[in-house]
Design a protein around this ligand. Structure first.
Ligand code: SF4
Length: 298
């Protein structure tokens, strides 16, 4: 049945001049059908140069919004309305404005895992791959960083000459905070995502975004890796490096938002041109500046 769906998707996307962009946390069959698979930064970069009429985003809402902001003349489709990032919900534009009043000299750095409205209030965005580089590039000594308090603490560890204030202090990803240090296998080279809390990062042999993990494995002589991030990252790694061994640190580290995208929904999305992601131009214009500034820095 899947073969049939795959064939239909390929046929339709070619007919429509559509491209499928997928995140590393998508299920294997979705990653396999995609034209491009990557982390948030790679996907944002890809979205700037897309030569297609339709962009079908196999990821979560904020990623599709970013693609829509960067491509106002293209149609961006998110195959499921339920494909949402829980972390993005921690931060509203009102909260950012309130904090700006409290810290008038601070720069606002927002993780791309945030709403378009929140991004419109930011000076610059970042991803887990470039957060440290982005913060170092700023002249401000105080940084309001949100919505992930764990990524904020990772940045604070790596940029000690700046004051990093998490905005809000409780923002986190439920997937990356689901690991128990005692349960993480220790019989391999441990790669930890920076969204994990400090006590998990401490166990890691390296801390890296999903894109960073791929680059690391490529240049490494290690043969066995323990992967401390969403469990489908393993699918991507196994496909790229069939000669290495990868162990998921926790089989239940699953992003439910990401799993709302299926082959059936991608086909439905192409057939019915649903669900179109549109960001109001007044908001998109401001958010675009923050995203493009990030792309210039990294
Ligand atoms: S893994 Fe966490 S941060 Fe990433 S999309 Fe899912 S809920 Fe959001």
């Amino acid at each position: 049945m899947n073969v049939n769906i795959k064939e239909k998707i390929i046929e339709l996307k070619e007919k429509m001049n559509a491209i499928i962009l997928a995140h590393n946390y998508q299920v294997p069959e979705v990653q396999e059908i995609a034209d491009f698979v990557g982390d948030s930064l790679e996907l944002a970069r890809k979205a700037v140069n897309v030569d297609a009429k339709y962009i079908v985003f196999a990821g979560v809402d904020f990623m599709a919004e970013t693609a829509a902001i960067l491509n106002p003349d293209k149609t961006v489709l998110l195959p499921s309305r339920a494909a949402a990032c829980e972390m993005a919900k921690y931060l509203t534009s009102e909260k950012i404005r309130k904090y700006r009043e409290l810290y008038p000299d601070a720069a606002v750095v927002l993780y791309v895992n945030s709403t378009a409205e929140a991004k419109a209030e930011a000076d610059i965005t970042c991803t887990s791959a470039n957060a440290v580089k982005v913060v170092k590039s700023l002249s401000a000594k105080t940084i309001l960083f949100g919505p992930d308090a764990n990524l904020a603490s990772y940045v604070a560890e790596n940029v000690p000459d700046k004051e990093i204030i998490p905005l809000p202090s409780e923002g986190h990803c439920y997937v990356h905070t689901s690991f128990d240090p005692e349960w993480i296998p220790k019989d391999g080279f441990i790669m930890v995502h920076p969204e994990c809390p400090p006590e998990i990062r401490k166990i890691g042999n390296i801390i890296a975004s999903t894109g960073g993990m791929i680059k690391f494995v490529k240049n490494s002589t290690e043969t066995k890796f323990v992967v401390v991030t969403e469990k489908d990252m393993i699918s991507r790694l196994k496909r790229d490096f069939p000669d290495r061994e990868f162990i998921a640190a926790y089989e239940n580290a699953i992003c439910l938002g990401m799993k709302n995208i299926t082959l059936e929904k991608i086909l439905y999305s192409l057939e019915n041109k649903k669900h179109r992601v549109v960001v109001e131009e007044k908001i998109a214009e401001k958010a675009r500046k923050a995203i493009l500034r990030m792309l210039e820095v990294s």
